[in-house]
Design a protein. Structure first.
Length: 202
């Protein structure tokens, strides 16, 4: 009798164990546009405060962040004399399933090329508990400034490309081989996207 109860207890504990997360990887590219304001905050120092927006594309056209929209409020400090920049910000990424992923980043370099680290800090819905990290390279192709006649402030705009050479991330209970993490085609019957919850319902 005691052995039977022990076996039942062991079986129940195995059933309730959470599924292990598998690490997925993907190379991600994202054209972006930035708009904000430029302030002189020192003799040879400028500060940009604004937002970066764009669309992420996985190199092989498959996975979690393919065609995901992102918005990143950010700030950059520009050292004019030594031609150096440092930047940091936070990102909200909307996946094609309607779930959200949150991240933060920092980078440094020269105007036109900023390199740093991009860290995923969490998510919502089926992406709850997501974590990940990648090197990030931000290239600026076009930029310009104008004077806002209404406010008198300096408005800055830019366009460019962001690259995550090897985004490594994991979602608890999700298989890295099911396509969600960008490592392969979706397996039949696995990780089928569900509609996002309707507001106002329990």
């Amino acid at each position: 009798m005691r052995r039977t109860l022990l076996n039942i207890s062991l079986a129940l504990s195995l059933v309730t164990l959470p599924a292990a997360a598998e690490v997925g990887t993907a190379k991600i590219l994202a054209p972006w546009e930035a708009n904000g304001q430029l302030f002189q905050v020192g003799v040879d120092k400028l500060q940009f405060i604004g937002t970066f927006e764009g669309i992420m594309y996985i190199e092989h056209g498959d996975g979690l962040f393919d065609a995901a929209l992102f918005t990143c409020p950010a700030t950059q400090i520009i050292q004019v004399l030594n031609n150096q920049i440092t930047g940091q910000g936070y990102c909200t990424i909307e996946s094609p399933t309607g779930d959200y992923v949150f991240a933060e980043f920092n980078c440094d370099g020269q105007p036109g090329a900023c390199k740093g680290t991009f860290t995923i800090t969490g998510g919502t819905g089926k992406l709850t508990g997501i974590t990940g990290e990648s090197q990030m390279i931000v290239r600026t192709a076009l930029s310009g400034t104008t004077i806002d006649e209404a406010s008198g402030g300096t408005v800055s705009a830019a366009k460019g490309l962001a690259v995550w050479p090897e985004m490594r991330f994991e979602v608890p209970g999700r298989s890295a081989q099911a396509g969600l993490l960008g490592t392969g085609p979706s397996a039949p019957g696995n990780d089928t996207p569900s509609a996002p919850p309707t507001e106002g319902t329990d």
